[in-house]
Design a protein around this ligand. Structure first.
Ligand code: SF4
Ligand code: FES
Length: 385
């Protein structure tokens, strides 16, 4: 799955005093229509246990979910996966989302999306396309995505997208294998006719966490990309907007993950579980409601999984008494679980976490180890499975 960069929370939407109050409606819904995908990216943040095709929600259920989301006040729907166009009903789902008033964003690998399918999506009212970029040339793209000919197909797809007048965003997930190509990827974004580029350093969930030792970039390379992005932003002002997400492992404070747990967004898995974030299923003790049994409004207001870490009331120290607690909500719960064993702990990306130094040590150790050819595990799921 590609990264979705959600906007930061509105500071006044939830104060430290409001704690578990149900926030305003979510602005975004990430609809993971399928886990099937032609690519097998080593950085994929999909779960290790992927949903089989037989478990996927049917067309009518997804349409009901979209209607309920729009009625609740959701503005953006991100049609994602896996590769969302692997769904035979992608045009019908897009049309329905547009008809109920949602701004529709297709997050795609661009592989296997024919010009005819693009025409149909255009006619159905698709608003925006976000295309993943694994590298700036064929060799790196194939090494990362495990798909021969991927780069050429993406290039051709981007041309078709722009020719139809869709706004195009490129999403480049950065790691040790492609970090030297950041300037080239910026050039490619301009050449492809993209209006926006997301330089998103890998977030270590799912397959990416499994492959972390092979993906972790060196600190000096990350610092160099910061300068490269700053220079390009100034040079390309008015031509290309560049968003950047830098690695948690080298940060001083954590990211406000998904705009805060249960504050701004929700995700729905191919099989229908409603999650506060795409990696939430790793927190095994949470009770996730299914859209098969509950409406989106009920889930947003009352699902135990959304309630678990909503607001600030649940926080232990040092977050509880921290002045930033209603800004970053203690960082990422999934990362806290993965790195400390407890989801309620302070995200170790924070300098106030007792494990913050350990995080830096892990990053330095993994970044300085040799890349072992073939050691990174490709995401396992074949297109059409
Ligand atoms: Fe954020 Fe908690 Fe760190 Fe404060 S202590 S900055 S609330 S993660
Ligand atoms: Fe789950 Fe950050 S990915 S809270």
């Amino acid at each position: 799955m590609n990264e979705v960069v959600f906007p930061a929370p509105v500071a006044a939407s939830v104060s430290a005093e409001t704690d578990r109050r149900v926030p305003p409606p979510p602005i975004g819904l990430l609809a993971e229509l399928t886990h099937r995908c032609p690519l097998r990216c080593t950085y994929c943040s999909n779960p290790l246990e992927l949903d089989a095709r037989s478990l996927e929600l049917d067309t009518e259920t997804w349409k009901r979910v979209f209607t309920e989301a729009a009625e609740l006040g959701v503005i953006h729907i991100h049609l994602s996966g896996g590769e969302p166009t692997a769904r035979k009903d992608i045009v019908e789902l897009t049309r329905h989302a547009a008809e109920v008033g949602l701004y529709t964003n297709l997050i795609t690998s661009g592989i296997g999306v024919s010009p005819d399918k693009l025409d149909a999506l255009h006619a159905a009212g698709l608003d925006h396309i976000q295309l993943s970029l694994q590298g700036a040339d064929a060799a790196i793209t194939e090494a990362v995505g495990g798909y021969k000919g991927g780069f050429e197909r993406k290039e051709a797809f981007a041309k078709e997208v722009v020719a139809r007048g869709f706004p195009l965003t490129l999403n480049a997930v950065i790691h040790r294998t492609n970090i030297h190509q950041v300037p080239d990827m910026i050039d490619k974004a301009v050449a492809f006719g993209a209006k926006r580029l997301e330089i998103a350093h890998t977030q270590y969930y799912g397959w990416a966490l499994k492959n972390r030792a092979q993906l972790m970039p060196a600190r000096q390379d990350v610092d160099r990309t910061i300068l490269e992005v700053e220079e390009a932003r100034a040079r390309l002002k008015g031509l290309l907007v560049i968003d950047a997400v830098f690695p948690d492992y080298y940060a001083r404070y954590p990211k406000t993950c998904n705009g805060g747990w249960g504050q701004r967004t929700l995700s729905v898995t191919p099989a229908g579980l409603a999650l506060p974030c795409h990696a939430a299923q790793t927190i095994a003790h949470l009770d996730f409601w299914s859209v098969r049994d509950h409406s989106i409004a009920d889930i947003w207001a009352s699902s135990p999984a959304f309630e678990a870490y909503r607001g600030t009331d649940w926080m232990p120290e040092p977050c509880r008494s921290c002045e930033r607690k209603a800004v970053d909500f203690g960082g990422c719960r999934c990362q806290a679980l993965a790195l400390t064993g407890k989801a309620e702990n302070t995200d170790p990306a924070c300098i106030k976490s007792p494990l913050h130094l350990t995080l830096g040590e892990i990053a330095a150790r993994e970044a300085s180890a040799e890349v072992v050819p073939g050691a990174a595990v490709y995401r396992a799921f074949s297109f059409g499975a």
